[in-house]
Design a binder for this molecule. Structure first.
Ligand SMILES: *[C@@H]1O[C@H](CO)[C@@H](O)[C@H](O)[C@H]1NC(C)=O
Ligand SMILES: *[C@@H]1O[C@H](CO)[C@@H](O)[C@H](O)[C@H]1NC(C)=O
Ligand SMILES: *[C@@H]1O[C@H](CO)[C@@H](O)[C@H](O)[C@H]1NC(C)=O
Ligand SMILES: *[C@@H]1O[C@H](CO)[C@@H](O)[C@H](O)[C@H]1NC(C)=O
Ligand SMILES: *[C@@H]1O[C@H](CO)[C@@H](O)[C@H](O)[C@H]1NC(C)=O
Length: 355
């Protein structure tokens, strides 16, 4: 017998079951899909925000080098600090940790640095400055290490902070009533390698820069060679004397006449000239004054310029140091004829005649 009804009924239930299960399945699929989309979107957000934070981090770190944090932006407030806004960067009230400033606690202090080439009379110049009752110049504080590249920028700022806080001990440095504190820095002692950090520091703390050069680079070269010889052979009782304090010692040292390699002389002079131009360019945004040894020797008013620059009370400055090479140039070099022929007609010819 054929009964179509139960078949139809069972077919109907099957359809309903399939429909339900497909609906449930699609709901499941949908929920899984949505979940995945959510995860993707969230992770995408996390990634992009990471990139943003990385980027902004990099941007911050590139515009703010690490060393800046080492520079104290303002000095510790002092009860005697009545500075006008325009003086704020240029004057300071240091609180040394090694001694008390006593009666001069309220004397404002200016920071300076003498930037010079070797054998340019910088030692003589510094002794002159130090003869001023209110100046403390600490000598070549970066001389200890022969290897200039080993001065990392952080060690440079640490040393500068110490010097400018009046905590660097040297006998030459007067203490309580210092109105200007500084030191001598030779161009080969890491200045060129670290000029960015140094100029940043100088600008931030208002350091007065004094460039000291020599006009006659031939004389500088002769002095350099003679000093090199002295360092090796030590004619003065076995001690190296880069600078002397008596005419007798000076005569003894000047007895040595260096022989000059004329094949490299012009390029040596060019190198020196280039270096002095380059360093002034690198420090052009600092507050600087440019001096020449020859001008200081000839014209005592130039020293007044320095005191005016550092806003110091005017004083007569004296040095005990004696010039080593006082003779005419022709007497100071072994192969003078050769040197003369080499420089004649070159742009350095004037060095042969001028002092
Ligand atoms: C100088 O110091 C740097 C860094 O500390 C080092 O890499 C280099 O080898 C040193 N040079 C000499 C000649 O010691
Ligand atoms: C300062 O001088 C004292 C004694 O003269 C010495 O012990 C100390 O090491 C010196 N400090 C520095 C940083 O040179
Ligand atoms: C300079 O030093 C003298 C003597 O120590 C002191 O009396 C005077 O106040 C100082 N002047 C300045 C401008 O610091
Ligand atoms: C070198 O030694 C001699 C004898 O000891 C001494 O008379 C002379 O003053 C010394 N010269 C220097 C520049 O130290
Ligand atoms: C000496 O130096 C002063 C100050 O820089 C300057 O005004 C003057 O002209 C110079 N005198 C000579 C003779 O060069």
């Amino acid at each position: 017998m054929f009964n179509p009804k139960p078949v139809k009924k069972s077919f109907h239930t099957l359809r309903i079951i399939i429909l339900y299960s497909s609906v449930i399945y699609s709901i499941y699929i949908c929920s899984v899909c949505l979940h995945q989309i959510n995860v993707k979107r969230v992770s995408k957000l996390i990634i992009s925000s990471d990139i943003i934070s990385l980027r902004s981090h990099r941007r911050i770190s590139s515009s703010q080098p690490v060393h800046v944090s080492v520079i104290p932006s303002i000095d510790i407030p002092s009860p005697c600090d009545h500075r006008r806004i325009e003086d704020f960067r240029w004057t300071h009230f240091p609180h040394p940790t090694t001694f008390e400033r006593g009666e001069c606690e309220c004397t404002p202090v200016r920071f300076f640095a003498i930037l010079a080439m070797q054998r340019s009379g910088s030692r003589w110049f510094e002794t002159l400055l130090n003869s001023h009752v209110n100046v403390s110049s600490n000598g070549e504080i970066f001389i200890q290490k022969k290897n200039t590249s080993s001065h990392g920028s952080s060690s440079i700022t640490t040393i500068l902070n110490q010097v400018y806080n009046l905590d660097w001990n040297r006998t030459a440095a007067k203490k309580e009533c210092t109105a200007a504190v500084g030191f001598k820095w030779m161009l080969h002692q890491g200045i060129m390698d670290h000029h960015e950090e140094i100029t940043e520091y100088f600008k931030k703390r208002g350091v007065y820069v004094i460039f000291l050069f020599r006009r006659n680079l031939l004389r500088r070269h002769i002095s350099f060679l003679a000093n090199l010889h002295d360092e090796r052979f030590k004619p003065l009782n076995g001690t190296h004397m880069a600078h002397v304090n008596s005419p007798k010692e000076a005569r003894l040292l000047a007895r040595f006449k260096p022989w000059i390699d004329t094949t490299s002389l012009i390029s040596e002079l060019e190198k020196m000239q280039k270096l002095s131009v380059q360093v002034v360019k690198l420090f052009k945004d600092t507050n600087y004054i440019k001096l020449f040894y020859e001008d200081l020797v000839k014209n005592t008013s130039k020293l007044q310029d320095v005191m005016t620059f550092l806003k110091l009370p005017e004083k007569n400055l004296k040095s005990q140091q004696v010039k080593i090479h006082t003779q005419v140039l022709t007497e100071q070099v072994k192969n003078w004829e050769e040197v003369r022929r080499t420089l004649k007609g070159s742009r350095f010819e004037t060095f042969l005649h001028s002092n």
